[in-house]
Design a protein around this ligand. Structure first.
Ligand code: GLC
Length: 395
């Protein structure tokens, strides 16, 4: 049996959540057994290369970014499909050159292109699903189309949470949940852990109420709920000293950022927009509270785990991935997505109660250990190696 060579296919090279999760995952998989194939140039190429991961870029005249797959998008999907399929054919040749034993598609677009590429390279296709394929995101008809397509073309699926997995058809398909992990130093370096993880040590264990610092980390996008957060914040009893909205705009989301800035100024809130930062860790280590406020069910929510690892008291929304991460009242708080008053209440509770924050943050640090990316790397490596029915495999 040929040793594993998993080629991951990405339609974007922007550092968004799924791409950053892939970066960490590949770093945790055996060296030399993975490669990433992009259909555009972008920052992820350099980040992958910096970690010694093999990358390729394959483009043709088709601009996959011009095509959106969202609620309004069934027509755009069909219009773009020919372009995607053609690009898929071109990609197939590179997949073959890379000596792939399996092709892993990291998005819906990649799944479409990957279907053709995998056929051409005669390797099985695995769909690595970072989004819930549900009507909230895609609309009922498109969600159905994507689910069926995934089932038809992919030999197996890797889902980033149980909730994501439940949104797919997996009948007679290999399926596994691999949580997007966070990085910890290897066990034998535990003694040096503080120096590895705390590039910048925590300034202090949770500040008093009026001194608190809040971080909200994630791409600035309407469904991530930053506007709801600002409105919830405007109603708290004690304002924090400072709020960092950490996150960039990658997919035509600039108008949303402008809107948020107008809100923050109008509501007279102490908000700093940092834009995209490669490593939000230093903001998280500086913050007392991390707020995750997606208004749609979050597929996983890796920032929640990052905040917990960094020692923040977290507030996150449910339903969705955070429910699989946070045990409410034990290692964080959960509020219902879209419930502005509920978010204000949770903020009031945490801001006022420093002891509660200390307790939640301590338990959160411990909980974050369950999301070590080393484990995700093992799960995905085993899954891809043992994939059943490799009918198209060469050799
Ligand atoms: C996507 C999802 C997010 C998840 C990430 C990694 O960005 O929206 O919930 O944490 O992928 O899988």
């Amino acid at each position: 049996m040929a040793p594993l060579k998993a080629v991951f296919l990405a339609h974007t090279a922007a550092p968004s959540g799924a791409e950053l999760a892939t970066l960490r995952l590949l770093s945790a998989m055996p060296a030399g057994r993975t490669a990433v194939l992009y259909t555009e140039d972008g920052p992820m190429l350099r980040q992958m290369a910096a970690r010694g991961i093999e990358t390729r870029v394959v483009t043709n005249s088709f601009d996959s970014r011009a095509m959106t797959i969202d609620k309004a998008g069934i027509r755009s999907l069909l219009a773009g499909a020919t372009g995607l399929l053609r690009l898929g054919w071109t990609l197939g040749a590179t997949v073959r050159d890379l000596d792939a034993t399996v092709l892993v598609a990291g998005s819906t677009k990649a799944m479409l292109m990957g279907a053709v590429a995998a056929r051409r390279a005669r390797v099985p296709l695995v769909w690595h699903v970072h989004d819930r394929v549900s009507r909230d995101y895609f609309g009922r008809a498109l969600a159905l189309v994507i689910r069926v397509m995934g089932w038809v073309v992919a030999r197996g699926v890797i889902a980033n949470s149980r909730g994501t997995l439940a949104s797919l058809y997996t009948w007679r398909r290999a399926a596994v949940v691999a949580y997007p992990g966070v990085e910890f130093p290897p066990d034998n370096e535990t003694a040096a852990e503080e120096s590895v993880l705390s590039r910048e040590p925590r300034p202090q264990e949770q500040r008093p109420a009026g001194e608190t610092i809040i971080a909200v980390v994630g791409r600035l996008a309407p469904w991530k709920g930053q506007d709801l957060f600002l409105r919830a914040l405007a109603d708290v009893k004690t304002l924090p000293r400072e709020v960092f909205l950490v996150g960039g705009t990658f997919f035509d989301e600039e108008p949303y950022r402008a809107e948020l800035e107008v809100h923050a100024t109008a509501l007279d809130l102490p908000v700093t927009f940092t834009g995209h930062v490669d490593d939000p860790e230093s903001y998280l280590r500086h913050a007392d509270i991390l707020v995750h406020c997606s208004v749609l069910p979050e597929p996983f929510g890796q920032v929640v785990v990052e905040g917990m690892r960094a020692g923040c008291a977290v507030i996150a929304t449910r339903p969705g991935g955070p429910e699989e991460i946070v045990e409410p009242g034990v290692n964080g708080l959960l509020v219902t997505a879209g419930d502005r008053a509920g978010l204000t209440r949770a903020l009031d509770t945490l801001i006022a109660d420093r002891e509660l924050r200390v307790k939640l943050a301590d338990a959160a640090r411990v909980r974050s250990r369950d999301f070590d990316v080393a484990e995700s790397g093992r799960i995905v490596t085993d899954f891809l190696t043992g994939l059943p029915g490799k009918r198209w495999r060469r050799g």
